[in-house]
Each structure stands twice: as structure tokens, then as C-alpha cells.
Design a binder for this molecule. Structure first.
Ligand code: ZID
Length: 231
């Protein structure tokens, strides 16, 4: 069967979860990258059976995750992690195998092996509720880092461990090309970057790794992220 790695699942409400379920229905083996600050709650809810209803598959089985890796997609290498993050309780608890994109890729390679499907289902924009006109440089760059560069980094580090004919997918939003008030903080800019990068990475990673790179412009879903911005 195919092996999938999905970054950006922290409950059973979002696109990442729905994609995990669809891929499991199709027979894939699923591993997750869970944002470090959300990891403990996710694992707690998972073991306590809070997701059992949404884990049900049509064959009567339950959605299983082969591996769950702590991850923070705004960091690429351990050298790039600031001291205050390193010493943060939740980050320190993530273990010594690391949570940066390069470390997660290495951990996936040694614990899961080569993968066929790479899913980027994550975004973050600390100033998303502010209009672009009022967004700070810091907020703007944070949105681009978490929501767009994270995809570049994932392809950079996971590309070499993907099987030929594999595919990567990310989730974008129409606010990249049309004005949608409320999608602020540089999130519209981040999605525009994500879409442009998708074309360039499809060209580059297509040649380098023989994989496809795509993005889906999603419709509305009442995920945690969407509720946070009142959509
Ligand atoms: P989600 O909260 O389930 O997933 C986002 C995940 O990202 C969470 O699990 C976070 O823990 C994780 N995360 C945040 N920062 C980091 C980090 N630094 N490292 C690792 N993980 C991190 O929400 P979701 O399912 O809505 O989001 C998944 C993807 O779908 C994101 O790229 C969204 O931008 C995208 N998307 C969602 C929607 C929506 O409606 N939920 C829409 C379009 C795209 C959309 O906004 N009309 C109005 C709005 C929309 C569509 C139509």
C-alpha cells in the first residue's frame, strides 16, 4: 500500500483529518505531523477515545496512525530554533528526536520509510483578523513563514524521501486572487505565495524527484482554524 505523511492534524475537525480518512479508506498507511503546542491534547483525546466516532471506516475498522511526529513547520533545522522555544515546556517535552522540518523528515524516513503522499494542511496567521492595511511586518512574515514557506521546506526535506510518481498536496484559499474581507494579516498574501510556489515546485520537484506538486483551493469547513477567524 501507499504511505502518506500528513502535516497539520490536531483534532478531527479539519481538512487534514478528512484527508487522512479518505486516504485510509483507499488503503494508505497514515503518519501525522502534529503541531507541538497541540500534541499533548491531540494524543490525550486520541487515547481517551474522543475521536473514535470520527475514526470509523466503511470497512468496520478504525482509522489508525502508524506514527505521530511532533512538528513545527516554521523551523527547518535545530540550529534555527530560538532559545525561548527550545526551553519552552511543551517543546522540551516533544523529545530529543526534534520537531523541525528536517528532523521530522529524517524521523519519517527511519521510522516509516519512503513515502508516496505528502500533505500540507497547515496555516497560521497571528494577525489574520487585522486588515492587510493594519498588519505588522512581524505578523505578515509569520503568516508567510507558517503558511507558505512551510510548504517549500516540506518539499525540500521530504522530496528526497518520496517514491517516484508520488504526490504532494497543500490547501489554499480563493482570497489569494479575490478580495475577501476578514482574511487578513497577510494570509491572502501567504495563499498567493503558496499557489505560485506550487507551480514552481511542480516544475522543480517534478524534474528532481519525479513527483507531482498540487494545491487545492478549499471550500469552507468549520475547522478550528476557520472558527478562529469567524468564517
Ligand atoms: P485546522 O485547524 O484543522 O488545521 C490547521 C493545522 O495547522 C492545525 O492542526 C494546527 O495545529 C496546524 N499548525 C499551525 N501552525 C503550525 C506549525 N507552525 N507547524 C505545524 N502545524 C501547524 O484547520 P483547516 O483544516 O481549516 O486548515 C487546513 C488547511 O486548509 C490550511 O492551509 C487552511 O488555510 C486551508 N483552508 C481552510 C479553509 C476552511 O474553511 N477551513 C478554507 C480554505 C483553506 C477557508 O479558509 N470560505 C471561507 C474560508 C475558507 C474557504 C471558503
Amino acid at each position: 500500500g501507499k504511505k502518506a505523511f500528513i502535516a497539520g492534524v490536531a483534532d478531527d475537525q479539519g481538512f487534514g483529518w478528512a484527508i487522512a480518512k479518505a486516504l485510509a479508506e483507499a488503503g494508505a498507511e497514515i503518519s501525522l505531523g502534529v503541531w507541538v503546542p497541540a500534541l499533548k491534547i491531540f494524543e490525550g483525546s486520541y487515547t481517551k477515545g474522543k475521536f473514535d466516532k470520527s475514526r470509523q471506516l466503511s470497512n468496520g475498522g478504525l482509522l489508525e496512525f502508524t506514527h505521530i511526529f511532533p512538528m513545527d513547520a516554521v523551523y527547518d533545522t535545530p540550529e534555527g530554533v530560538p532559545e525561548d522555544v527550545k526551553s519552552n515546556k511543551r517543546y522540551a517535552a516533544a523529545g530529543d528526536k526534534g520537531f523541525t522540518v528536517s528532523e521530522v523528515a529524517r524521523n519519517v524516513e527511519s521510522e516509516v520509510g519512503k513515502i508516496d503522499l505528502l500533505v500540507h494542511s497547515l496555516a497560521n496567521g497571528p494577525e489574520v483578523t487585522k486588515p492587510l492595511l493594519e498588519t505588522s511586518r512581524h505578523g505578515y512574515l509569520a503568516a508567510l513563514s507558517a503558511s507558505a514557506y512551510s510548504n517549500v521546506s516540506m518539499l525540500q526535506h521530504f522530496g528526497p524521501l518520496m517514491n517516484e510518481n508520488g504526490a504532494s498536496i497543500s490547501l489554499t484559499y480563493l482570497a489569494s486572487e479575490r478580495i475577501i474581507p476578514g482574511y487578513g494579516g497577510g494570509m491572502s498574501s501567504a495563499k498567493a505565495a503558496l499557489e505560485s510556489d506550487t507551480r514552481v515546485l511542480a516544475y522543480e520537484a517534478g524534474r528532481k524527484h519525479k513527483i507531482r506538486v498540487n494545491a487545492i483551493s478549499a471550500g469552507p469547513l468549520g475547522s478550528r482554524a476557520a472558527k478562529a477567524i469567524g468564517f
